[in-house]
Design a protein around this ligand. Structure first.
Ligand code: C2E
Ligand code: MG
Ligand code: MG
Ligand code: MG
Length: 277
């Protein structure tokens, strides 16, 4: 079969696949530099108590201020980072930065910011890694943030291997941080398995929260009841309409997050005081 091809290099990939592969490698390399040179930023989106309107805290959301490219949103680079252990370095950077920032706000505004929390997203790959517990402990230690003020968000879809994820989540909870199951309703975790998860918070995916189709409110009702029955705080993300917030209040949701309150804000635009009390 070799015949005609002579000494030509073997093509493993179709040209378009190879280009994608090259792009990914270039993006990965740029992201390694970005982490080292502080091109990443954390934006903060308020999370608000539904019953009282009081600010609970913020979710930390990464952005990449990439020279020549503007401010990149996570969907442009987090999936690439997740293909290797680069995501662990990224998550670690965000953990440290968010913890440091919350302590800085608390020093500026000891009364207003005292009880605020920050939730940081951790990739499934990082959750499964050998360093996750040490990484979270290091962020707490270097910032001086009290562990009860930090929440680790884990996307529901990583819970495919529930026993393994549960061990890691339990180890994190022993540090004193809270665990939130993010994007609930998009994966395979059934409501019946909620009790088996070592978690504190259930965060309902915005696709469910934004849905206004038949049965949408009933589904939100079912989930909040199940979450509460298992001792979880229940948070709705993606709240854009006042009517939906009113529904969530009637349904006894604990907290809500969404453009109705604020988009994710650069740290300089965040106010720890103001309408919260
Ligand atoms: P997520 O953790 O589910 O974060 C919520 C996303 O919903 C954010 O998108 C937020 O801007 C968006 N959102 C919030 N409220 C509304 C709303 O009312 N309407 C609409 N349309 N969207 C809303 P963002 O910042 O683009 O982040 C996307 C995802 O990227 C996050 O989803 C999270 O899975 C991932 N991500 C962000 N930061 C990090 C990080 O530091 N580490 C890791 N591993 N993943 C991250
Ligand atoms: Mg999240
Ligand atoms: Mg998520
Ligand atoms: Mg989410």
């Amino acid at each position: 079969e070799r015949g005609d091809r002579g000494d030509e290099p073997v093509e493993f990939f179709a040209p378009s696949l190879r280009r994608e592969q090259d792009d990914r490698i270039a993006l990965e390399a740029a992201l390694v530099d970005a982490i080292a040179h502080d091109e990443l930023e954390v934006h903060y989106q308020p999370v608000v108590a539904v019953g009282t309107g009081v600010l609970d805290g913020y979710e930390a959301l990464v952005r990449w201020n990439r020279p020549g490219h503007g401010l990149l949103q996570p969907d442009a680079f987090v999936p690439v980072a997740e293909k290797s252990d680069l995501i662990c370095a990224l998550d670690r950077w965000v953990l440290h930065e968010a913890a440091r920032q919350l302590v800085a706000w608390t020093e500026e505004d000891p009364i207003g910011a005292a009880d605020l929390t920050v939730a940081v997203n951790v990739s499934g790959r990082h959750l499964a890694s050998a360093t996750i517990v040490a990484d979270v402990a290091a962020a707490l230690h270097s910032s001086g943030l009290r562990p009860e003020r930090l929440t680790v968000e884990v996307t529901e879809t990583v819970l495919v291997d529930v026993p393994r994820a549960s061990l890691q989540m339990s180890a994190l909870r022993r540090l004193g941080v809270s665990i939130s199951i993010d994007d609930f309703g998009t994966g395979y975790t059934s409501i019946g398995h909620l009790g088996a998860l070592p978690a504190d918070i259930l965060k309902i995916d915005r696709s469910l929260v934004m849905s206004t189709g038949p049965g949408a409110t009933e589904l939100l009702a079912l989930i909040v009841q199940a979450g509460h029955a298992h001792g979880l705080l229940v948070v709705a993300e993606g709240v854009e309409q006042q009517q939906r917030l009113d529904d969530l209040r009637d349904l006894r949701y604990d907290s809500a997050q969404g453009y109705l309150f604020a988009r994710p804000l650069a740290a300089d635009d965040v106010r720890t005081t103001g309408p919260r009390r």
